[in-house]
Design a protein. Structure first.
Length: 197
């Protein structure tokens, strides 16, 4: 029968197999959280100068810090559902432009991204409105038919289908499906932006 090892011995053996962290890993662990905090401050504060804040760090740390800030800014770009999200998108895009070296590549991706966001606001809103009305009419017709079948009376009953749980559930599904197309494109653009240095 073999020796019984303590949890500490097992953990030590696993650490020995992994090996010591590289300098790059250590820098990432140290400056990644700093970058996340800086990105959060930048998005909240109107007067924060992101470029000046990044320049405060030494050259070794800057890239890890900028990568971490960029990750947070990319995560904060979303579909413009209200004024606050439009403002956040603009601020995140401005911050990314400051951090990235290849400005023309960033602008190229931003122009395609802005086109999708504008389409979402203009045509997407109209498409949602039409889909909502069509769904509402469809549910109303189904309820009226069900009432006629149960009662045998061909009278129109007033039902607020919008308050019905089945309607709300179906509307969330339809809305999610419509937005999914935009989100897929946005995710592709975000991956392109993440790859730009």
């Amino acid at each position: 029968m073999g020796d019984i090892k303590s949890a500490a011995e097992i953990a030590r053996e696993k650490l020995d197999k992994i090996g010591a962290p590289t300098d790059a890993e250590r820098l990432k662990w140290k400056y990644g959280p700093e970058g996340e905090k800086l990105a959060a401050r930048y998005l909240k504060e109107d007067t924060l100068n992101l470029a000046a804040e990044v320049k405060k760090f030494d050259d070794k740390a800057k890239q890890f810090l900028a990568d971490s800030v960029s990750d947070i800014l990319l995560r904060n770009i979303g579909l413009p559902k209200n004024e606050a999200s439009i403002k956040t998108n603009k601020k995140a895009m401005d911050g990314l432009k400051l951090l990235k070296n290849d400005k023309s590549a960033v602008e190229n991706v931003f122009s395609r991204m802005k086109h999708i966001l504008e389409h979402y606001v203009k045509e997407g809103a109209e498409q949602k409105k039409q889909a909502y009305e069509a769904l509402k009419q469809d549910f109303d017709a189904k309820y009226q038919q069900a009432i006629r079948q149960k009662t045998g009376v061909n009278a129109r009953v007033k039902i607020d289908v919008e308050k019905q749980p089945q309607f709300q559930e179906e509307w969330l599904r339809v809305q999610s499906q419509m937005e999914g197309q935009y989100l897929t494109l946005m995710d592709d653009y975000k991956k392109e932006l993440a790859a730009i240095k």
